[in-house]
Design a protein around this ligand. Structure first.
Ligand SMILES: Cc1ncc(COP(=O)(O)O)c(C=O)c1O
Length: 372
């Protein structure tokens, strides 16, 4: 697709300079068309649409996303949020022999919260020494034969840093622990191939770089582990005989559907399909290449303006999240919003995150409008 064609797919770009895809990916024409399809069938069929259409559409999404992540369809569960996906895994594990969980201070809080609320768990939160990354040696030093799992991010939302999840899975596995990766900031902006990795659990979702909207997360569980993980919080969607309606007969699915938690948000299933189609059509390699180019241009312009950044030193460790240091991030975000430029703030920073639909002109406009 030509850039103009891509941009016309995302109506928000007509009126806004949109540089906030790591919070919420832009809505596409395809997602809107899909959403109208959902409304039409709801109007025309009511609940009978479950049998004629909706279960198939759910499986269409599962299969498209599995393929995109390099996973098998049986390895992917659909859940309402990353927090729910993390809770499901946190509840499945047995902490009797191993009660230690290792995460980092750069991870999203909901990841640490899953174990912080469990009184019997020893939660180790690794500190960052340079404010950007965690050295793999810190994980190696923290993990021992009491460790149940390392739970950490693929890309730190705080600093843009891409962690080497293969090294982390080696560290976890050498001590007999699992590796759980919160990948919310990765698929859609960098290539991810779970079949080639030895990660045990991986969560991501439609909201951000996959341009699919809120209400849906994807939980990958490596196939050898699925049947060893008995769900401790559950639902009728997890039951093998979902329509049996026998209260005394809970037998979980043999695949990852055993981790599911009730009726999925159908509007998001539809919008997520639209977003995923856009990503698949352009191709993740091209998106990654383009986002790298946009990011490096953005970083160069910000540095030329004399601004201080919190970004990884080595460009190959960087993703398309750019953290600009500021003592008044909220004020700057507000001032830019007055000029129709959408970015976000995090403590001590303004955060800009270009995606494939952005242009060099968007970046230059953002730079020119940065408050003096
Ligand atoms: C890295 C990361 N993990 C988890 C979350 C939270 O996801 P959810 O609201 O789906 O639980 C976010 C949300 O912004 C995030 O950036």
């Amino acid at each position: 697709m030509e850039l103009n064609q891509i941009r016309s797919e995302f109506p928000i770009l007509k009126n806004k300079t949109y540089l906030n895809s790591c919070s919420l990916g832009a809505l596409s024409q395809r997602s809107m068309t899909r959403l109208r399809e959902f409304q039409d069938i709801w109007n025309s069929h009511g609940a009978s649409a479950w049998y004629s259409t909706w279960t198939n559409v759910i499986e269409e999404l599962r299969s498209r996303v599995s393929f995109f992540l390099g996973a098998e369809t049986r390895e992917l569960a659909l859940l309402p949020s990353t927090s729910t996906a993390l809770s499901v895994i946190a509840e499945c594990l047995d902490y009797k022999k191993r009660n230690k969980v290792v995460c980092t201070e750069l991870d999203f809080p909901t990841l640490a919260f899953q174990w912080a609320v469990k009184p019997d768990i020893e939660l180790v939160v690794l500190p960052t020494t340079d404010g950007v990354k965690i050295d793999p040696q810190q994980f190696a030093d923290a993990v021992d034969d009491k460790t149940a799992l390392i739970a950490t991010s693929h890309i730190f939302y705080t600093t843009s840093y891409i962690q080497d999840i293969e090294t982390l899975s080696d560290i976890a596995h050498q001590s007999g622990a699992f590796l759980l990766v919160d990948g919310y900031q990765a698929p859609g902006q960098i290539p991810v191939d779970l079949a080639k990795s030895s990660v045990d659990f991986y969560t991501t979702g439609s909201l951000k770089w996959l341009c699919g909207g809120p209400g849906l997360s994807y939980l990958y569980v490596r196939h050898e582990l699925i049947e060893t993980m008995y769900p401790r919080i559950t639902s009728w969607f997890a039951a093998r005989d979902q329509f049996d309606f026998q209260l005394d007969n809970f037998e979980p699915h043999q695949d990852s559907r055993r981790f599911e938690m009730g009726t999925p948000a159908l509007p998001t299933i539809y919008t997520a399909l639209g977003g995923q189609e856009c990503i698949d059509e352009i191709g993740i390699e091209k998106i990654h290449e383009r986002n790298t180019w946009l990011r490096e241009h953005l970083i160069a312009q910000l540095l030329a303006k004399g601004l201080d950044l919190t970004v990884p030193e080595n460009p190959s460790d960087r993703s398309a999240i750019v953290m600009i240091q500021s003592t008044q991030p909220d004020k700057i975000v507000e001032e830019l919003a007055q000029k129709d430029i959408i970015v976000d703030s995090r403590p001590g920073h303004v955060r800009a995150s270009p995606h494939f639909y952005n242009s060099i002109d968007d970046i230059d406009h953002f730079i020119n409008c940065w408050p003096r």
